[in-house]
Design a protein around this ligand. Structure first.
Ligand code: TPP
Ligand code: SF4
Length: 231
């Protein structure tokens, strides 16, 4: 049998595969960006229904409403929460690498952006966000860091998060003042409370951390399913 792919040059040897590259490799017309656009409806990825990231972004957007949208950017990172860059939220403006959100927010703050906000997942924070937070604390930079703590590494399949049960203590250990480490539960009924909390911390001229903590819905469902199976 004959195989085509990366080795014979049908596909590029490096980088991610996307629908256009796959369409071209299959000999389909990729001009429309996707094979057979007449039978397939574009379905951009989105946060799961019920995901806590949704509630945090709704509150963050409302809290940020009072600032100039053209000038104001929310720096973010890679994880499920990156989907907050898309409709209907359009809440974040960057995703560079794991941990860049905090250092970018600090840099933006140094350059005069106010408020400077970073959004980062709990696993990304423990991977390489802590050093940026320490830097911001040392420089007393006025930044607000939202740590979206869903108790897992959701985007890569639900592995155990390295910072489980330790996020507040880590923030305190690098020097964030305890009264500016705020924990919220991102659920719809807490919307107004979250908006208020975020607004308070956006106006604080120092480092603040808002931890939005609610378990990933998919992990919760999988755990429940497993528990039922093992009964
Ligand atoms: C250096 C590096 N290692 C691993 C990955 C793969 N990766 C993508 S997102 C992610 C973590 C996401 O977890 P979290 O920040 O908790 O966000 P969640 O998906 O749970 O919302 C990882 C490990 C990566 N993008 N870069
Ligand atoms: S897998 Fe979990 S964290 Fe990711 S979008 Fe779905 S509910 Fe949210």
């Amino acid at each position: 049998m004959e195989f085509s792919g990366r080795l014979d040059g049908t596909l590029p040897r490096d980088g991610e595969l996307n629908p256009t590259l796959v369409a071209l490799a299959l000999g389909l017309d990729a001009k429309e960006g996707f094979p057979s656009p007449s039978v397939l409806i574009g379905r951009p990825p989105e946060l799961c229904p019920g995901c806590g990231h949704r509630d945090l972004y709704s509150a963050l957007n409302e809290a940020m409403d009072q600032y100039d949208k053209g000038r104001q950017k929310v720096l973010s990172d890679i994880g499920c929460y990156t989907l907050g860059a898309l409709d209907p939220f359009n809440a974040i403006s960057s995703c560079v690498d794991m941990g860049a959100s905090i250092t970018m927010a600090k840099g933006a703050s140094d350059a005069g952006m106010e408020p400077a906000v970073a959004v980062i997942g709990d696993s990304t924070f423990t991977h390489s966000g802590i050093t940026g937070l320490l830097d911001a604390v040392n420089d007393k930079s006025p930044i607000t860091v939202c740590i979206l703590d869903n108790d897992t590494v959701a985007m890569t399949g639900g592995q155990q998060a390295a910072g489980e049960g330790k996020i507040e203590r880590i923030c305190e250990a690098v020097g964030v003042e305890p009264e500016h480490i705020r924990v919220v539960e991102p659920v719809r009924r807490n919307h107004n409370l979250m908006v208020e909390t975020i607004r308070e911390e956006l106006s604080y001229k120092g480092v603040s951390v808002i931890i939005a903590r609610r378990e990933c819905v998919q992990v919760l469902l999988a755990t429940k399913k497993l528990a039922r199976k093992n009964k």
